[in-house]
Design a protein around this ligand. Structure first.
Ligand code: G4P
Length: 190
């Protein structure tokens, strides 16, 4: 069991609706020592892919992506949500439907920061329905860059995201794959 999995069992809280609360260490208060270990774990998973850029999505993906980027020694670009006056007009955009929120939002990346020669690793905190990663994949395609994989901190394997991403040809790997949270008991895939 890796450090993230152990921490989920100790400090994660299962809420009604199959929501796992991890805000004491991953997406509100941040445990920097855990993040560093996770960054190394992502590096070990994707080190052979010649990644030269990490792409994530605001807000909760950013800290995780930064720690991974330190091991890959590459820059991080984060997609912005919603309409942003300060991104400029020369942007790649994709529409993302959030099942959790029941609404669609736009993600935007400036064309200045993605290029055809880029070999990109997507990093995000949760994989649930997969729509956020699919939106980022669309942006990477528009830029003519190569998507080398998606590194996810916590995947909820009982939701459709993993299959959608695999069907889209994405090499998706998660540090903690949750098979079920029935009765508030978190069960990981081996
Ligand atoms: P997707 O991200 O896989 O497309 O699935 P979905 O649309 O259902 O997720 C919407 C938001 O809810 C995402 O964050 C996602 O990280 C978060 N989420 C999904 N399942 C869980 C869960 O079990 N626990 C927690 N804590 N979050 C979950 P977001 O709206 O993009 O938020 P943020 O990155 O701005 O924090």
């Amino acid at each position: 069991m890796n450090s993230l999995q152990k921490r989920i069992l100790i400090d994660g809280k299962v809420l009604p609706g199959n929501i796992l609360k991890v805000d004491s260490f991953l997406n509100h208060q941040l445990d920097i020592h855990l993040l560093k270990e996770m960054g190394k774990d992502f590096y070990d998973l994707f080190r052979d892919k010649e990644i030269n850029k990490i792409l994530t999505i605001e807000a909760s993906g950013i800290a995780i992506a930064c720690y991974a980027a330190e091991f890959f020694n590459v820059p991080v670009v984060f997609a912005k949500k919603g309409q942003h006056k300060n991104v400029g007009t020369d942007v790649y955009t994709a529409e993302v439907f959030s099942f959790t929120k029941g609404s669609t939002y736009e993600v935007t990346v400036s064309k200045l920061f993605l290029h055809p020669e880029d070999k990109i690793l997507i990093i995000d905190d949760f994989l649930a329905n997969g729509q956020a990663v699919l939106g980022l994949q669309q942006i990477i395609k528009e830029a003519g860059a190569e998507l080398c994989g998606a590194g996810i901190a916590i995947e909820k394997a009982f939701q459709p995201g993993e299959k959608l991403l695999l069907d889209a040809g994405i090499d998706v790997r998660a540090l903690a794959v949750i098979e079920s949270m029935d009765g508030c008991k978190v069960v990981f895939r081996d």
